[in-house]
Design a protein around this ligand. Structure first.
Ligand code: ADP
Ligand code: MG
Length: 209
């Protein structure tokens, strides 16, 4: 399975569509245990990515991820901006000079998620986007070399869904939600939900290839 960066405009548009479609729901989640700006933050990044989608589509994967990472860092803001930025910049560093296939992607994504953990000083189980991204990285690494591509996509989508749902009953110990202590229980984390929606939109696009 070979996917070229010229798919990126379609992926960016799909991500933008899902964030727009679920804007109210995501804002409610961030209002419940955060400050309600998560969608605005994401939208700023997505607007910049949409504006530069044609340039990004011309790059190789490592350069495209580097550019996407820099845009995330400079435009999204909030905790999520530096975290998504770190993910893409580390993916770029890991994949640089390599032909990107599914296995290289899995390695790069896992390295990116490790960097996010360091950046956010967070682990699995702290009610953040990492509770989606860590299991997704694991599924990718365990199955990239053996699963058929369509099966891998289904496994990833399921891992993201389960991870997102799992944040509902977690106690927040990182980010703004941690200020609420026990009152964070019973709410899905906004960053976990947006990450799951983004992954799902990317997978839907890849499944239509
Ligand atoms: P902010 O929290 O600064 O308002 P956003 O609303 O854009 O930024 O993003 C909030 C999301 O960021 C949270 O829902 C959570 O998933 C994630 N997050 C916050 N702090 C951390 C952290 N230290 N590590 C990992 N993820 C975090
Ligand atoms: Mg917020």
């Amino acid at each position: 399975m070979k996917i070229n960066p010229d798919i990126l405009p379609e992926l960016i548009q799909a991500v933008n569509n899902t964030v727009t479609l679920h804007a109210d729901e995501l804002t409610e989640l961030d209002k419940a245990i955060g400050d309600g700006d998560h969608v605005i933050n994401l939208q700023r990044g997505l607007d910049a990515l949409l504006a530069q989608q044609d340039e990004i589509a011309q790059l190789d994967w490592a350069s495209a991820w580097q550019k996407i990472g820099m845009i995330c860092m400079s435009k999204i803001g909030g905790a999520s901006g530096s975290l998504f930025g770190t993910l893409f910049v580390t993916m770029a560093k890991t994949a640089k000079g390599q032909a990107v296939d599914v296995e290289v992607f899995a390695q790069a994504f896992a390295a990116g998620v490790e960097s996010m953990k360091l950046r956010g000083k967070a682990e699995a189980g702290e009610k953040t986007m990492l509770d989606v991204l860590i299991p997704v990285a694991q599924v990718l690494q365990e199955n990239a070399s053996r699963a058929e591509f369509p099966d891998l996509l289904v496994q990833v989508e399921q891992a993201a869904q389960v991870g997102m749902e799992s944040t509902r009953d977690m106690l927040a110990t990182k980010g703004r939600a941690s200020f609420l202590g026990e009152r964070s229980l019973g709410h899905i984390d906004a960053g976990a939900k947006s990450s799951q929606l983004i992954i799902s939109a990317i997978i839907d696009t890849l499944q239509r290839q």
